[in-house]
Design a protein around this ligand. Structure first.
Ligand SMILES: Cc1ncc(COP(=O)(O)O)c(C=O)c1O
Length: 411
């Protein structure tokens, strides 16, 4: 009898992470999904094939990964792409010239660049709003609005959007809610359960988790939406290659284990940083002082390993970035190794300086992606990197307390 994975028995996230979407390979029974490195498939006769014709359309390795991520997000259809940006670009092909999109003001710099430098010139219009406050989302909706796009937690200011409230606003107007779940991962947050229509990831980050590939994945529940995305996936062709899909599938098997350690390290390091520079300068959703900590507890089951810190000046930020010895100065996040960066000059350099300033993303802000190393080693590394930190001048006090406050409605 062929052993097949019984979805009904796999109620736990970890069991699904390891098994969902995968079947024993039929030739030899290999327990691991093979990498189907093929562009095409031999057909048995005219119009007769095994369900595979050409790898842009379907590839067994990619499909296993897509089924796996769909299961982790409690969705039914997954689509794996060549990058997170390729994924978002394909999602945006659901819309047409004249459509209006409400987007969170604090999103990954590349997301803003795609909208502002490319899609805007193709007839889509965008309103960027502080989506911490659902009222501001509602106020930005117009008769032409087709989607609300949010990143929660946001990169790098760790701002949250109330997903259920945003879904309600979107659906009242027949618009879609699209959630970038890259920072939380499905282990800590499942946007489809909260009413989102499309959840997507840069799988480059936590889902793969080992900083050795670039990819994206979108998941939906609705069959019609799935049909439209499937068409775009094949027609536009920004699909994940089989080897990248295989690497990411290998990554998701340990997602639950990695996320627990990212979370432990995130909590401990945020506490240490709060003691060192003051809680008002540490952007970590797990700190009770974070203005949206209660919302984080409500819609997430953990806080993860992403922390941003307002160091006050670029000079102080540079001091830390240039003195760390375990944390590595690099873009990206979500890998097993700890990374540190300065968003204004790196991941968000494509956001105009005045826009960065308006949302409180200063040159003194640093972002930490806490990996899964031993907590005392990471704390020791930061301790030595903070030695000899230049003093903040009184007139250059850290900015968060001035900008990062929200109304009660947004909390
Ligand atoms: C939150 C978020 N979304 C999307 C992306 C884009 O993903 P990729 O780099 O895989 O294209 C990134 C990249 O850093 C990101 O941080």
């Amino acid at each position: 009898m062929t052993r097949v994975f019984d979805e009904d028995l796999a109620t736990g996230f970890g069991t699904r992470a390891i098994h969902a979407g995968q079947r024993p390979e039929p030739l030899a029974g290999a327990i691991m999904t093979p990498v189907y490195l093929t562009s095409t498939y031999v057909q048995e006769g005219l119009g007769r094939n095994k369900g595979y014709e050409y790898s842009r359309g379907t590839n067994p390795t990619r499909e296993a990964f897509e089924r796996n991520v769909a299961a982790l997000e409690n969705g039914t259809h997954g689509f794996a792409f060549s990058s997170g940006m390729g994924c978002l670009d394909s999602i945006m092909k659901l819309f047409r010239a004249g459509d209006h999109i409400v987007c969170g003001e604090n999103v990954y710099g590349g997301t803003f660049r795609l909208f502002d430098k490319i899609l805007q010139h193709m007839g889509l219009s965008f309103s960027y709003v502080d989506t911490r406050d659902p009222q501001r989302i509602a106020d930005a909706m117009t008769p032409a609005t087709r989607a609300i796009i949010v990143e929660t937690p946001s990169n790098p200011l760790m701002r949250l959007t109330d997903i259920a409230a945003a879904a309600e606003i979107a659906h009242r107007r027949d618009a879609l809610l699209v959630v970038d779940n890259t920072f939380a991962s499905p282990y800590f947050q499942q946007p489809l359960d909260l009413g989102a229509d499309i959840v997507f990831h840069s799988t480059t980050k936590y889902l793969n988790g080992h900083s050795d590939m670039v990819g994206g994945c979108a998941v939906v529940r609705d069959d019609d939406l799935a049909e439209r995305l499937k068409f775009i996936h094949n027609a536009a062709g920004a699909v994940a290659g089989p080897f990248d899909a295989w690497l990411a599938l290998r990554g998701t098997k340990t997602l639950h284990l990695r996320m627990r350690q990212h979370d432990i390290n995130g909590r401990e390091i945020a506490k240490w940083l709060a003691n060192r520079v003051g809680p008002e300068n540490v952007y970590y959703i797990g700190l009770p002082t974070h203005p949206q900590h209660e919302l984080a507890k409500r819609q997430m089951s953990g806080f993860g390993g992403m922390i941003s810190v307002e160091m006050g000046t670029r000079e102080r930020a540079a001091h830390v970035l240039e003195h760390v010895r375990i944390f590595a100065l690099a873009e990206s996040l979500g890998g097993v190794e700890s990374l540190i960066s300065q968003p204004a000059g790196m991941t968000h350099a494509s956001v105009p300086p005045e826009r960065r300033a308006a949302m409180g993303l200063s040159d003194g802000l640093i972002r930490l992606s806490c990996g899964v190393e031993d907590t005392p080693d990471l704390l020791g590394d930061l301790d030595q990197a903070f030695e000899g930190l230049p003093q903040v001048k009184a007139d250059r006090a850290p900015a968060r307390s001035r900008r990062d406050t929200i109304s009660a409605a947004g909390a």
